[in-house]
Design a protein around this ligand. Sequence first.
Ligand SMILES: [Zn+2]
Length: 148
Amino acid sequence: MHEWSVADAVIRTVINWVDDKKIKVKKVVLGVPSFSFLDVEILKEAFNIMKRDSVLDEAELEVKFKDLRFKCKNCGKEFSLNDVKDQIDSVRSEFGEEYPMHFMPALAPSFIKCPYCGSHDIALESQDMTIDEIQVEENGTVKTVSQG
Ligand SMILES: [Zn+2]
C-alpha cells in the first residue's frame, strides 16, 4: 500500500535528519495535500509499526491536510481551492458528491477558471508531502523544529 511507502519515507527522512542517537523524536507533523488518497489511519498504523527500535520509537505522527493551490498561466496569479469555492460548489451540485475532481485533481483546470481573469489556462501547483515540524527531546528538554 501507498501508506506504507509514505511512512517508510517519513521515517527515513527524520532518521537522516536526526543523525544523533541522544535525541528522541516525540512528534512528527506531516503536511499532506488535501486531495491525496492517503488513509490517515493506515498511515499512522504503518508509522507506529515501522518506527520501532529507532529514534522515533516514542514519536507520534500528526497529519495536516494542505489546501490545493493553483496558478493561472494567463495572469500569473496564484489561488487556492478555497478561492474558487463557488465554482467547486456548482460543479458539485451538477455531479453530486462524486464529482470528478474528487478522483482526479489534475482535472481541476477543466472545471475551474481563474478568479482574477477568468482564464481556464491554470496549472495545479506541485503538491508535495512535507515534514512541517519535528518535536524532539534532547537531555530532557522538548523542542520543536520547524522545517520551513
Ligand atoms: Zn488569471
